[in-house]
Design a protein around this ligand. Structure first.
Ligand code: SF4
Length: 276
């Protein structure tokens, strides 16, 4: 199994990153949220030890990177320490809204400095009103305040912009802003709103089929999925159309099922919508 996963990753047949959903609750309630996250929703959380175990098994199987997402991962106690443990196993990227980095949470991020980890923070526009309309009041100001503090600490920051459409002038302003904040061009990701979760409830976003989505093994408290765009939530229920297996431990079970599903697919048939 290990050889098969490693070979499929090396051949580009299977993406090397395994995603972990740490939790589903969030301090924000963005208009296009895939997971319908908000402060009061079910947490569906994985423990720190469970997340580390997923990373260990991913490495043993031949995967080569980890992604951590939610919800807002940093609402989970001790998340900086958990991410440091995961980054010691495989290169890691953690998605965050970037609004919780003050006081003890900010100080705890020192554990990430010098490790192979990037924090990917969402910012949708250079115009505060445009950004905050989708992501909540004061979001722009909080993100702009947080990013330099992370960069100063030696933490790599990526910026994710999720938009329906963006005019060239607005894109140029956003790029000027992220460069000013210390985020390199290669660390700025622009992707479409996907028509799942709250975006589907509001009838916005692009429709994505399984073949539009990279087959990135994704582990949640509910099971293993085809993609991090799989375990989305609508009307309080987690979607199952991209569910691979309810079994996630050992990770070899869903990894083998995913491998069987992607074998024979020519490389490059996915990501047609530039969804990352
Ligand atoms: S998009 Fe991210 S920051 Fe916004 S509500 Fe969903 S989980 Fe929270």
């Amino acid at each position: 199994m290990t050889v098969a996963v490693a070979a499929a990753v090396a051949d580009g047949v299977l993406p090397g990153r395994v995603w972990i959903y740490s939790n589903y609750h969030c301090n924000l309630a963005c208009s296009y949220c895939l997971t319908d996250s908000a402060p009061g929703v079910a947490k569906r959380a994985l423990t720190a030890d469970r997340m580390v175990r997923v990373a260990e098994q991913a490495a043993e199987l031949g995967f080569d990177a980890i992604g951590v997402t939610g919800g807002e991962p940093f609402l989970a106690p001790g998340m900086a320490g958990t991410l440091a443990r995961i980054a010691d196993i495989l290169p890691t990227i953690a998605l965050t809204n970037g609004t919780l980095f003050s006081g003890a949470r900010l100080a705890a991020l020192d554990a990430l400095a010098g490790r192979d980890i990037a924090l990917q923070i969402s910012l949708d526009a250079a115009d505060p009103d445009v950004n905050d309309e989708a992501r909540g009041a004061e979001n722009f100001a909080q993100v702009i305040d947080a990013i330099p503090k992370l960069v100063e600490r030696g933490i790599r920051v990526r910026l994710a912009t999720t938009v329906g459409d963006v005019a060239p002038h607005d894109a140029a302003r956003l790029c000027a802003l992220h460069r000013e904040l210390g985020v390199a061009d290669e660390d700025h990701v622009v992707r479409p709103i996907v028509h799942r979760g709250r975006a589907a409830e509001r009838a916005i976003g692009v429709h994505a089929t399984r073949d539009d989505l990279p087959a990135e093994l994704t582990v949640t408290a509910d099971g293993a999925y085809w993609s991090p765009f799989g375990p989305t939530v609508r009307d309080g229920r987690v979607d199952t159309d991209l569910l691979i297996s309810r079994t996630t431990d050992p990770l070899a079970v869903p990894a083998e099922l995913l491998l069987r599903a992607v074998e024979g697919r020519p490389p490059g048939t996915d990501t047609t919508l530039n969804i990352r």
